[in-house]
Design a protein around this ligand. Structure first.
Ligand code: AMP
Length: 283
């Protein structure tokens, strides 16, 4: 497996492989890889001839007071994990390589959803994501790209961008990988103290309880939300948002769900200073 840092080298390396008819899979990450990323890499290795894992801590998707500086960095370990799972290339450009003239002036935005849910609390986040993902698609010209459902709003926005802008790429969703306890794997779990790690289970427990209630006949949106909110508060978490939204367009549901409604509960909550997100599809 090769680590490539230059855009030109990656292009020159992938071009002949694509010409030979090899399918290229892309797994975009910010590094500090764990088994959640591992599931994406495995899916790409299984489907594609060549797998490129990008490791790029993208500064333009972080707000001023967010965790860009303390985000865990360990390229060597990431490369080892990617290699052990069968990846062919790790693309690890510097910020200067990706943004030679500073923050890009041309950006990709989703006008409706960039200011809802995660976007409401992280202004500029999604345009940073959509812009870097577009660049990675254009640099690699991958046939397929793999994204986790852990970042539900993100994968939704990427699918919509691909459709709206006619990117010639298939987006594959990978289900959330959780610890046995239920906690969704995240690079940010490393920030949690032992006590907070136990408290953080309030999120997944609440989501599981809400889904069980839904399957047992509870269709009230406010009631379903309350189950999750209570579970977080009981575990000393601070709720940023809990919303029951439509899987199809991510618009909020209110009132009572119909049995044909396809809903997903999106959550963001703080445990100590650490912000975690999670979600569960109800059907
Ligand atoms: P990140 O490095 O956090 O930007 O994540 C890179 C990719 O890995 C995104 O598509 C995430 O949705 C995905 N990912 C992160 N954690 C998980 C998880 N626990 N299960 C599935 N996918 C995940």
């Amino acid at each position: 497996m090769q680590i490539i840092k230059s855009i030109e080298t990656l292009r020159e390396t992938l071009r002949p492989l694509a010409k030979e008819g090899k399918t290229i899979g892309l797994v975009p990450t910010m590094g500090a890889l764990h088994e959640g990323h591992g599931a994406l890499i495995k899916a790409s290795v299984k489907d594609c001839d060549i797998t490129v894992v990008s490791v790029f801590l993208n500064p333009i998707q972080f707000g001023k007071n967010e965790d860009l500086d303390k985000y865990p960095k360990r390229l060597e370990a990431d490369a080892k994990l990617a290699e052990s799972l069968g990846a062919d290339f790790v693309f690890a450009p510097t910020v200067k390589e990706m943004y030679p003239d500073g923050d890009p002036l041309t950006m990709v935005r989703d006008e409706t959803l960039e200011s809802l849910y995660c976007g409401a609390y992280r202004p500029g986040h999604f345009r940073g994501v959509l812009t870097v993902v577009s660049k990675l698609f254009l640099i690699t010209r991958a046939n397929r790209a793999y994204f986790g459902e852990k970042d539900y709003q993100q994968v939704f926005l990427i699918e919509r961008m691909v459709k709206d802008l006619n990117f010639d790429i298939e987006i594959h969703r990978v289900p959330i990988v959780r610890e046995a306890s239920g906690l969704a794997l995240s690079s940010r779990n490393e920030y949690l103290s032992e006590e907070e790690r136990v408290q953080a289970l309030g999120i997944s427990t609440g989501l599981k309880e809400a889904k069980a209630a839904f399957l047992a006949g509870e269709k009230g949106v406010a009631k379903l939300r309350d189950i999750v909110v209570k579970s977080i508060l009981l575990n000393r978490g601070q709720v940023q948002f809990v919303e029951v939204v439509n899987q199809k367009d991510l618009q909020k549901f209110s009132g009572v769900l119909k049995s044909s409604d396809k809903a997903v509960i999106l959550v963001a909550a703080f445990f100590g200073k650490t912000r975690l997100i999670d979600n569960i599809e109800l059907n």
